[in-house]
Write a protein that binds this ligand. Structure first.
Ligand SMILES: [Zn+2]
Ligand SMILES: [Zn+2]
Length: 462
């Protein structure tokens, strides 16, 4: 740096300070250069579904008063949120002996019991930023955002290794980690599931959980495409953290709920040529065919032959060993799917439609492993109950690569804008999945439809 430059910078600084009425304005400017204007102090009133206690009827509608925010906090006015099946016990209470009790839903890593707190359930949604803390950089007031079920902080060990689906912030969502964001009229502090909530007119979160999205599409459609289930299904098939699907490959999707149906769409978008949807519910198999499945199978009809049926459907024109056959030496009839997406999971409630063969989700998981091609890839996404048993030698030398992860291995800041683009361009069909759309006041009845599987999934709009 030359003397001339040094002098001129000093002069410029002196002039600026003088022009800025004692320097206060300059200070303010410097202070926000990498952040935002100071936090909005608000006593905003808002409606929220509050869950607490152990039994049914644990979720009721209240008015609450927002606390002031600071630091990296972001206030989002909710536009839409998905009523996720995994949250059924937390919202409706335990509905099945195989489902976890509400109090068991968060890591018991401290002194408080989650079920004793007044908690806004849900884990994410979409909306518009109303206020930001002074340290927030990622979003501005007025931005439309996805409040992602999975955070992405950026500099943690797992984010740096390309596994934002396992971001360290997910380790801090237990009862003792939550911070109150509002108060009920009787003074009870209000918390949010995973620092995000969703079943309320506002979500207060930290910037690690928000992803700016630039779209003007209707809230229900965007809420579906940005939901935890769509993100997991599209992530499991197209995100590079796990195993993105190759064109012209064969794919089996075990479970055609909203996550599996998103995976079927992801497989179609990725260019898979054989896509097999497997689900006991006839209505779900019908939607699977509409959104991209080339074949569907009913596990109750196939029974013990399910794995063999998938191997047969994924067979190749030749089995000849030296001619590209996929069944070398004919010892294992049928090829098996190049990619298997497991999206079945345990029953959170006894369905009022066709029931699958195993309420714990273990059998579909085992079958998913076994229907995978030798050298193929198994991507697992669901919540099951119990421990897995697999044929030992298939596991050790069968060549199946298992990819487990949160949210289908999705990296929120990289992948969610892609998924919004898929919606914008008509490649992802949100309407076939969001078969129930209700206003906030009718959230509970829509959640029962989700619990009983009488709808594909439900979106609450505000
Ligand atoms: Zn979810
Ligand atoms: Zn991280």
């Amino acid at each position: 740096m030359s003397d001339k430059e040094t002098v001129s910078r000093r002069e410029w600084l002196q002039q600026s300070v003088a022009a800025a009425a004692g320097g206060a304005a300059l200070l303010a400017q410097t202070g926000t250069a990498f952040g935002q204007p100071p936090a909005e102090r608000t006593r905003r009133r808002f409606k929220a579904w509050i869950s607490r206690g152990d039994g049914p009827g644990r979720t009721t509608l209240h008015e609450a008063t927002l606390r002031p925010i600071g630091g990296r906090q972001v206030v989002v006015r909710t536009e839409a949120t998905n009523l996720c099946y995994s949250n059924v016990p937390a919202v409706l209470g335990q509905m099945s002996p195989t489902a976890p009790a509400p109090s068991a839903l968060a890591a018991p890593n401290g002194t408080r019991r989650m079920a004793d707190l007044a908690v806004i359930q849900g884990h994410g949604g979409i909306g518009v930023v109303e206020a930001v803390g002074p340290e927030v950089r990622r979003v501005q007031v007025g931005d439309r955002v996805c409040v992602s079920g999975t955070p992405q902080c950026g500099p943690c060990y797992r984010c740096l290794r390309g596994r934002s689906d396992m971001c360290q912030f997910l380790s801090a969502i237990g009862a003792d980690d939550l911070v109150p964001i509002a108060d009920l009229d009787d003074g009870t502090p209000v918390y949010e599931n995973s620092h995000i909530g969703g079943l309320a007119e506002v979500m207060v979160t930290f910037e690690e959980w928000v992803v700016p999205i630039f779209t003007r599409l209707p809230a229900a459609d965007v809420g579906m495409a940005c939901s935890c289930v769509a993100v997991a299904g599209l992530g499991a098939t197209t995100a590079h953290a796990l195993m993105a699907i190759e064109p012209a490959s064969s794919v089996a999707v075990v479970g055609c709920g909203p996550l599996g149906l998103s995976a079927i769409q992801g497989a179609r978008i990725a260019g898979a040529s054989t896509i097999i949807g497997i689900d006991p519910v006839a209505a779900r198999r019908a939607v699977a065919l509409e959104v991209g499945a080339t074949h569907v199978l009913d596990p109750n009809v196939e029974g013990a032959n399910l794995v063999q049926r998938v191997r047969a459907l994924t067979s190749w024109p030749t089995d000849r060993l030296w001619a590209g056959g996929r069944n070398p030496a004919g010892r294992r009839p049928g090829a098996g799917a190049d990619y298997v997406i497991e999206a079945a999971g345990l029953e959170q409630a006894v369905p009022k439609v066709e029931r699958g063969p195993d309420p714990t989700g273990l059998l579909p998981m085992q079958q998913a492993y076994q229907m995978c091609a030798l050298g193929g890839h198994l991507i697992t996404t669901s919540i099951i109950r119990g421990d897995m048993v697999l044929p030992g030698n298939l596991f050790t030398i069968g060549g199946v690569t298992h990819h487990g992860g949160q949210a289908g291995g999705c990296s929120p800041m990289r992948d969610i804008p892609r998924f919004v683009e898929l919606l914008e361009k008509g490649q992802f069909d949100a309407k076939r999945l969001a078969t129930t759309v209700v206003p906030l006041e009718r959230m509970l009845e829509a959640y029962e439809e989700v619990a009983y599987r009488t709808t594909i999934t439900a979106i609450m709009t505000v």
